[in-house]
Ligand binder design. Structure first.
Ligand code: GRF
Length: 232
């Protein structure tokens, strides 16, 4: 696979989709190309963002189908039409079945706005995630990109980025900071790495021989927690 064909599945504003489109325009996403955007809502702003970049964008609304199986069948048809290699869930609010996920095993990723396994799973999406983090009183939250399996927000973690919680945060201010400092940076990088790895020729040395790159970063940059080494 020379350049992976990417589909992005969305349901709302599409700021993460925008981060991917910008990364592609700037050459930070170069091992894959976004060729299809599917939205589970016809009024999602994400559809306009895709079309503004000349990307095919279609609404596939769950309520237009009698059951989840026929809804997923339509998604699979469109993905097949565009010969999609990699599926990115970026704020896609429908839970996908194990049968659907199996069609793209190891090639479907999701972004979640917390440090999984905290504040994730069924019912925790959007502002509810950030409210749960504030209610728990955590000082650090963040975002996670993971491979998707049949469990909501399950599957192997690919990348995480931590973000500081400030004393007077509301769910809205925290959501915005997590997007700006973590999600919009993490997702393009994770998708680029996945596409690159999928397209790597078979003679690529095994991972353990390759130089280790940091996958987890902390507020203020760096690969060590800011408090490390500063304790008297
Ligand atoms: C993001 O917080 C993402 O992590 C979550 O849903 C939100 C979608 O936002 N899964 P947007 O549509 O990308 O602006």
């Amino acid at each position: 696979m020379l350049s992976a064909r990417i589909a992005v599945l969305v349901s709302s504003g599409g700021t993460n989709l925008q981060a991917l489109l910008d990364a592609q325009a700037e050459g930070r996403l170069q091992s894959g190309s976004i060729v299809l955007v599917l939205s589970s809502r016809g009024d999602a702003r994400a559809l306009d963002r895709a079309r503004a970049h000349g990307v095919r964008a279609e609404a596939v609304e769950r309520r237009a189908f009698p059951d989840a199986a026929s809804f997923e069948q339509r998604l699979l048809e469109l993905l097949g039409e565009e010969r999609i290699d990699v599926v990115v869930l970026a704020g896609f609010l429908q839970i996908l079945s194990g049968a659907f996920v199996a069609c793209y095993a190891g090639r479907i990723v999701n972004i979640h706005p917390s440090l999984i396994p905290s504040f994730c799973g069924r019912g925790l999406y959007g502002l509810k995630v950030h409210k749960a983090a504030l209610d728990a009183g955590v000082r650090i939250t963040g975002a996670t990109v993971h491979l998707v399996d049949a469990t909501p927000d399950g599957g192997p973690i690919l990348m995480q980025k931590a973000v500081e919680v400030l004393p007077d945060d509301t769910p809205e201010t925290l959501q915005r900071r997590v997007m700006e400092q973590a999600e919009w940076r993490l997702l393009p990088e994770a998708v680029e790495r996945l596409c690159r790895d999928l397209g790597a020729p078979p003679q690529t040395p095994p991972r353990e021989q390759a130089p280790l790159e940091p996958l987890i970063s902390f507020p203020g940059g760096g690969v060590a927690p800011p408090w490390e080494g500063s304790m008297g």
